[in-house]
Design a protein around this ligand. Structure first.
Ligand code: HEC
Ligand code: HEC
Length: 416
């Protein structure tokens, strides 16, 4: 150890005192021994005249008691000092342990398991060449499948959910099973090392905001401005469900952008990559033609019949938990991410880094996606991104009901 911290200096000082004391003691003993030559009778301890009671119970006793008290004091001080410094020592140990994990994870990511080939350096997202086969194993096409950015993955999934993907992979996609449970080559510890490495490159909330804002601005600057105004008006609100929202037309337009986006973060912010077959490899959005291959999540057309707007919002906001019920009867699947809150927030007592409460999208954005999804059955909804923005260019700054789907679970598709 090169680093001399407080505990070490303290230790060195104690050691020095003990060593010097020992030397003094030995020297004193040797010197006291000198005159003994030839005078055994005089000096033999049992022949020597001993101290009288007065001295024995006075000076001598006091000296013994004082030195005992002195030693006790040293122990009494040293122990608390040691324990006071202990958390620091442990933190240091955890830190260097974490660093080792991160380094090993990086080595796996870049060379061992070659995650880098698809997800790119630093997890910014990339692309994987993949052969799509049909159910009978017949070749359909060779495609370039977006490998989502991982520099935001711990905002939408808990550590366990990420572990699940790494262990089991995503059947039917280029993402293979890497962990033992799914028959992959990596050990439990190597999976943990990869997760530690992923923690080390997560974007800040600010940088994630920039990615989303940049995406919207690139498509519709006016919408981006109105979105920014609503987002600002919602800062610090208590209930995301009753947050201020964009106009209905803006929600449909923004919902379409966010739902389908494959341009930013290699599609990691989008819903289509799991809910629209082929979206990950550039198939155009064809809401009514059922593309056959490569869908991972369910078709969402008709979701307005499955859940009230509030339930729907809640699901997209929180994501699913394994086995936990959602909507009225379904079991949660840990693969459906939460987009509003970071599932890893507030777990620092478990040693999980804290990136803050917020997830990938704001309440207004999640509402926009929900409104868009609840209108997938309505063919007027699915149109080019410019459409729908002209109708209500201003944000009123009030809590708009945001779409007339307050009636929620009605079966009829909504029309504008
Ligand atoms: C052959 C290309 C390829 C390799 C190699 C690969 N992945 Fe993936 N990975 C993908 C693709 C594609 C997806 C998205 C699948 C989908 O469409 O659902 C994915 C999904 C993921 C996800 C889930 C992200 C999300 O939000 O859905 C994680 C986490 C992940 N990969 C981590 C890794 C790690 C860590 C490694 C290295 C051990 C790795 N991947 C290696 C292609 C790859
Ligand atoms: C990584 C893949 C993935 C992504 C990305 C994803 N989902 Fe899902 N989603 C799923 C899976 C898997 C389920 C189905 C869970 C089950 O019931 O087995 C699901 C279920 C749902 C459901 C419930 C549907 C029903 O009728 O049961 C809704 C609503 C939904 N997702 C909305 C979204 C929205 C909105 C987004 C984007 C903001 C999104 N999802 C992004 C994988 C994904």
């Amino acid at each position: 150890m090169i680093l001399a911290n407080t505990q070490q200096s303290f230790g060195f000082a104690l050691l020095a005192i003990v060593l010097i004391g020992t030397v003094i003691y030995i020297v004193a003993k040797i010197r006291a021994g000198r005159p003994e030559v030839g005078s055994e009778i005089e000096l033999a301890p049992n022949r020597k005249e001993y101290l009288d009671d007065e001295e024995l119970e006075g000076r001598k006793l006091n000296a013994a008691l004082f030195s005992a008290a002195g030693l006790l004091a040293i122990i009494a001080v040293a122990l608390p000092v040691y324990w006071l410094a202990e958390p620091g020592r442990q933190e240091g140990a955890v830190e260097s342990f974490d660093e080792t994990f991160v380094e090993r994870g990086q080595a796996l990511y870049e060379t061992g398991a070659q995650c880098v080939n698809c997800h790119a350096g630093g997890g910014v997202g990339g692309v994987a060449t993949f052969i799509v086969n049909d159910q009978n194993g017949q070749f359909v096409a060779q495609v370039n499948w977006n490998a989502p950015a991982l520099n935001n993955v711990l905002y939408r999934y808990s550590e366990d959910e990420v572990r699940y993907v790494l262990n089991w992979g995503r059947p039917g996609t280029p993402m293979a099973a890497w962990g033992g449970p799914g028959g992959g080559p990596l050990t439990t510890q190597q999976i943990d090392e990869l997760i530690a490495y992923m923690w080390s490159f997560q974007l800040s909330q600010e940088d994630m905001r920039k990615e989303v804002n940049g995406l919207v601005e690139g498509i519709d600057p006016g919408l981006a401005e109105r979105l920014d105004a609503v987002n600002k008006s919602n800062e610090g609100i208590e209930s995301p469900e009753t947050a201020n929202r964009l106009s209905r037309a803006d929600e449909l337009a923004l919902g379409e952008i966010l739902f389908n986006n494959q341009g930013v973060g290699a599609g990691s912010y989008s819903c289509a990559r799991c809910h629209v077959p082929g979206a990950s490899y550039g198939q155009p959005w064809e809401p009514f033609a059922r593309l056959q291959y490569g869908s991972f999540g369910p078709d969402l057309t008709g979701v307005e019949e499955q859940a009230t707007p509030a339930q729907h919002f809640d699901l997209v906001w929180q994501g699913m938990e394994e086995g936990k019920q959602y909507f009225s009867r379904r079991q949660g699947n840990p693969q459906m991410p939460g987009f509003g809150v970071n599932p890893n927030a507030g777990q620092s007592d478990k040693g999980v880094p804290d990136l803050g409460e917020a997830g990938m999208f704001t309440p207004a954005e999640v509402w926009a996606i929900v409104t868009y999804e609840r209108n997938l059955s309505n063919d007027l909804t699915v149109k080019s991104p410019e459409a729908g923005t002209a109708e209500s260019p201003t944000f009123a700054g009030v809590a708009a009901p945001g779409g007339d789907d307050a009636s929620g679970d009605t079966a009829a598709p909504e029309s504008e």
